[in-house]
Design a protein around this ligand. Structure first.
Ligand code: C2E
Ligand code: MG
Ligand code: MG
Ligand code: MG
Length: 279
């Protein structure tokens, strides 16, 4: 008789949704103790220069080592963390851990920029600039070694306020990148208002290269436009040589993806840099 109720049936009463809600509560509870119990870790994925830049850079990506569920990826907990507000404390932990890692690498003679993903909630409900300033100071980090990745979703908040905060971060010497470009609002008019250093083209466009005509046009236009605005470009999700060759031809600055490396544990990062310095 569920069928008779058809489309008018409340989603809420379906067993599937009940399970979802239970699972959500379970994750929310778990997140509360995860910080205290040190269950998070950062993995690091290299962003490789394919242009003139000699800069080393890596992106920090969070993982949750759940005591019974095993490894949980951000797709399964970030939005719940955002809804419940725990993202603020997780964000502080990410900032601190990334800065600590920058200083550990630097002490080993490895000088690299690390970018961290920041939630719109951190702009709205915390003093991100102050947190970044004090954490840089705590670990004696050169601000140019830290990058903040935001997505277009921050612009659902007060645009002017967000721009002010981005400018304050830039004034500290930190760089800003716009993640997943092309999937959100992608309003070209705000691009020139934003204090951006890097634009990251979303994987969905890269995965259709080099043969899809639409993706070709989009990627080519994004790169040309970014360069005209003095913004560098990272292609996300580069998985094969044909994509890489095409992106090189278009003058893309950096590539990130499984072709070069999956996100790495810190010890693998050391191995990688050792192998690079041998060459
Ligand atoms: P993102 O920032 O766009 O990160 C890129 C995602 O693509 C990562 O997924 C990465 O593992 C994956 N990736 C990299 N290269 C390839 C490739 O060649 N092919 C494919 N198929 N995937 C690739 P991950 O680590 O699961 O993170 C997913 C998203 O979760 C991130 O997307 C970011 O939005 C969010 N996230 C990750 N770490 C954090 C964090 O510390 N804080 C916040 N607020 N969000 C985070
Ligand atoms: Mg990112
Ligand atoms: Mg992305
Ligand atoms: Mg993303």
């Amino acid at each position: 008789h569920a069928k008779e109720m058809g489309r008018n049936q409340f989603q809420f009463s379906s067993p599937y949704s009940k399970r979802r809600i239970k699972q959500k509560l379970y994750i929310e509870q778990g997140l509360k103790s995860a910080l205290a119990n040190n269950e998070f870790k950062l993995l690091y994925q290299p962003q490789i220069s394919v242009g003139k830049s000699t800069e080393h850079r890596i992106e920090a990506l969070i993982r949750w080592m759940h005591p019974t569920q095993g490894l949980v990826t951000p797709a399964d907990f970030i939005s719940i963390a955002e809804e419940s507000g725990i993202i603020i404390d997780i964000g502080k932990w990410v900032l601190k851990s990334a800065c600590e890692q920058i200083s550990i690498l630097r002490n080993a003679g490895i000088y690299t920029k690390i970018s961290i993903n920041v939630s719109p909630k951190q702009f709205k409900y915390s003093d991100l600039t102050e947190d970044v300033r004090s954490t840089l100071q705590e670990f004696k980090i050169d601000p140019s070694q830290l990058e903040i990745e935001v997505t277009e979703s921050i612009f659902v908040e007060e645009m002017d306020d967000v721009i002010k905060q981005l400018e304050a971060l830039r004034a500290l010497g930190v760089s800003i990148s716009l993640d997943d470009f092309g999937t959100g609002y992608s309003s070209l008019s705000y691009l020139k208002r934003l204090p951006l250093n890097i634009l990251k083209i979303d994987r969905s466009f890269i995965s259709e290269l080099p043969n899809n005509k639409h993706s070709q046009t989009i990627v080519e236009s994004i790169i040309r436009m970014a360069h005209q605005l003095s913004i560098q470009v990272i292609a996300e999700g580069v998985e094969n040589q044909a994509q890489l060759d095409y992106l090189k031809k278009l003058d893309c600055d950096f590539v990130q993806g499984y072709l070069f490396s999956i996100p790495l544990e810190t010890r693998e990062l050391f191995t990688l840099y050792q192998s690079l310095s041998v060459q």
